[in-house]
Design a protein around this ligand. Structure first.
Ligand SMILES: Nc1nc2c(ncn2[C@@H]2O[C@H](COP(=O)(O)OP(=O)(O)O)[C@@H](O)[C@H]2O)c(=O)[nH]1
Ligand SMILES: [Mg+2]
Length: 425
């Protein structure tokens, strides 16, 4: 196994640069740079020198012996002064040590996963945490990285394993007619109860919704003020505004974050068609596609919206439009800013149900698909007439859980469990 190293902190120049080393030769590398190895988990200040004895930097050293380290291997950290040349010089010396090489992207986490320090769901949470740009993304990701999904799945797994054990025990005794045992219907009812708990999570929106944002489409006839409203929300000129109907011919997408929630605003061409203009017709078709894919349609027209929509009264500063007509939710004016705060409040309230709850566990699409498969297998036990087939459905649920956590080999887990189960039998 190679020993890997990488700059683990942000791009230099910075106050401090942390170079991490992981693998069997991590402490040898520290020895050759610093002439000593600090005691485990204690920070020590030391001069780092190249093999010729030239001083490279004075750095803080930390050593974490495996397996109780981030990767499960011996890990060393060098806290250097964060200049580009300092980092480069230290990396050059490290690369020249036999069996040491620069790490590939994610390789430290990959080793943590390989060594069982974290499971696959935690690694995914960590990835989301590193990519998080909004408060809602961060909150959800940190919970998953801390093992929230793993714990849920392990809980279901234990329940299915216990059920499996009972089925297998009954299969072992099936030739003895004095063994009462559980009925298939009873076992299936218990499997369905587990499935119900899984489905509670599966039915929640996935974490991808937090990343991709709530798709808000601004729609309505030309000149309703859609582009102006978008610019008002974005507080910059994202879309071209003009009194000429048909100015916006393509759709314009603007990502905005409000109250920690990511939105994707889509400005569209007006919906009324002007025959003869091929480009505008394409724009109208795209507007219709955008509306079809929207989470929230905001309708700015004076006629009732053609699809379910949040109907608002735009250009409300104009004297002819001072009254809020019946059926419209809110009067806004991008020109004066009137109603914009209330508009944001409406959007955040509407988006709440479309996003994973911030204080509960959420699955990503991959985990969701696998958990749904597990729940389906558990439900399918009800239709089986044979204990052997019930056992197979339970195994199939366990395999799906296994894929969520990335743990190899369900059979091995079953073997351990049944070995314990059989003692004293
Ligand atoms: N007074 C006023 N004029 C507006 C407002 N919003 C848009 N307009 C004007 O209405 C015209 C059409 O606006 P635009 O945003 O291009 O409409 P779109 O076709 O729906 O995108 C432009 O001349 C804008 O300056 C508003 O809130 N108040
Ligand atoms: Mg426009």
């Amino acid at each position: 196994m190679d020993t890997i190293f990488a700059l683990s902190s942000g791009a230099p120049p910075a106050g401090i640069a942390v170079v991490r080393i992981s693998g069997p030769r991590a402490f040898d590398a520290v020895q050759s740079l610093a002439g000593r190895i600090p005691p485990p988990r204690q920070a020590v200040l030391a001069a780092l020198r190249d093999p010729g004895g030239e001083l490279l930097d004075r750095a803080l050293l930390l050593c974490f012996p495996g397996p109780a380290s981030a990767t499960g291997e011996d890990v060393a950290e060098l806290h250097l002064h964060g200049g580009r040349a300092v980092v480069r010089a230290v990396e050059r010396v490290l690369a020249a040590i036999p069996n040491l090489r620069a790490a590939e992207p994610g390789e430290f986490t990959r080793r943590a996963l390989f060594n069982g320090r974290i499971d696959l769901s935690e690694a995914e949470g960590l990835g989301d945490l590193l990519a998080a740009e909004t408060e809602a993304q961060r909150r959800t990701a940190v919970r998953v990285a801390e093992g929230a999904v793993r714990r849920e799945v392990e809980g279901w797994m234990t329940r299915v394993l216990l059920l499996s054990a009972r089925v297998e025990a009954q299969l072992d005794h099936s030739d003895e007619d004095d063994v009462g045992g559980d009925s298939i219907a009873g076992l299936a009812a218990e499997a369905a109860a587990i499935a119900r708990d899984i489905e509670t999570l599966v039915e929640r929106p996935t974490v991808e919704r937090l990343r991709d944002g709530i798709r808000v489409v601004l729609a309505g006839p030309p000149n309703a003020g859609k582009s102006t409203l978008l610019n008002g929300l974005a507080e910059r000129d994202a879309a071209i505004v003009s009194p000429i109907a048909g100015t916006t011919r393509d759709r314009i997408e603007v990502p905005l974050v409000r109250d920690g929630v990511a939105f994707l605003f889509i400005d569209t061409a007006g919906l009324s068609e002007r025959p003869g203009d091929a480009i505008e017709e394409v724009g109208v078709a795209r507007a219709q596609d955008a509306i079809a894919a929207a989470d929230i349609v905001v309708w700015l027209g004076d006629e009732a919206p053609p699809v379910p929509a949040l109907w608002i009264h735009s250009r409300a500063d104009e004297t002819s439009r001072a009254e809020l007509p019946a059926g419209k939710r809110l009067a806004v004016s991008a020109a004066t800013g009137r109603g914009l705060a209330e508009f944001w409040d409406l959007l955040t309230a509407l988006s709440r149900d479309m996003l994973p709850p911030t204080d509960e566990v959420a699955l990503n699409e991959r985990q969701n698909m696998l958990c749904a498969r597990a729940a389906g297998a558990l439900r399918d036990t009800a239709g089986e007439g044979d204990l052997l087939l019930v056992a197979e459905q339970l195994r199939s649920a366990l395999r799906a859980f296994d894929a969520v956590t990335g743990r190899a080999n369900v059979e091995a887990v079953l073997d351990t469990l049944f070995a314990r189960f059989c003692i004293g039998k």
